[in-house]
Design a protein around this ligand. Structure first.
Ligand code: IMP
Ligand code: MG
Length: 181
């Protein structure tokens, strides 16, 4: 039987049920680490919105959220390391326990840049949670505190991740065969 085809050219890598279990585990880890303190989740738009929504509902801590959007240049070719904030946060992070919520850590350029920017805004603490990590592609070192899954160097979509704005609605994380490496 052909394994787990959900769409033409799309093959399941991580099932939605498996992701939900892992998100629950990450939430328990955060609850242990913050011991009832309030956390401020910063979602990197747009890819991390589904991860944020699931994580948020699992967390038994006082939680607030904010959103930031960035665009990077040089993606797919020579990573220029240039990242630009296209939508900044609505609220100050000063004095807050901030957790950056990202969909996927790839070259590390985005998170390396954002971490430095947010650190300069004087949060009480600053950590990073990423659902997926592709260590094979790292260009800039990033210290990540919570990782859902390490995945191979494949282009993935679904669970918020897109290819040309498509596929974000898939419940599973899937490999797109047409851009499979
Ligand atoms: P980085 O700066 O190279 O770490 O890029 C991270 C961003 O690139 C992520 O937030 C995604 O928006 C995008 N990205 C990297 N790999 C993938 C992928 O496999 N599928 C979809 N988007 C990806
Ligand atoms: Mg992203």
């Amino acid at each position: 039987m052909a394994r787990a085809k959900t769409d033409r050219g799309v093959k399941v890598l991580l099932r939605g049920s498996q992701i939900r279990r892992r998100v629950r585990e990450l939430a328990r880890e955060m609850e242990r680490d913050y011991k009832g303190e309030a956390v401020h989740l910063i979602c990197i738009l747009k890819g991390a919105c589904v991860f944020l929504a699931d994580l948020l509902r699992e967390l038994k801590l006082p939680v607030s959220v904010d959103f930031i959007a960035v665009s990077s240049y040089g993606k797919g070719s020579l990573p220029s390391g240039e990242v630009r904030i296209t939508k900044d946060l609505d609220h100050s992070v000063e004095g807050l326990n901030v957790i950056i919520v990202e969909d996927i850590l790839d070259t590390g350029l985005t998170l390396n840049y954002l971490y430095r920017i947010l650190e300069s805004r004087k949060p009480r603490s600053l950590r990073i949670a990423t659902l997926l990590d592709k260590p094979a592609r790292r260009v800039k070192e990033v210290k990540v505190d919570y990782v859902g899954f390490q995945i191979p160097d494949k282009f993935v979509v679904g669970y918020g991740l897109d290819y040309g704005e498509r596929y974000r609605n898939l419940p599973d994380v899937c490999v797109l065969s047409s851009v499979e490496s």
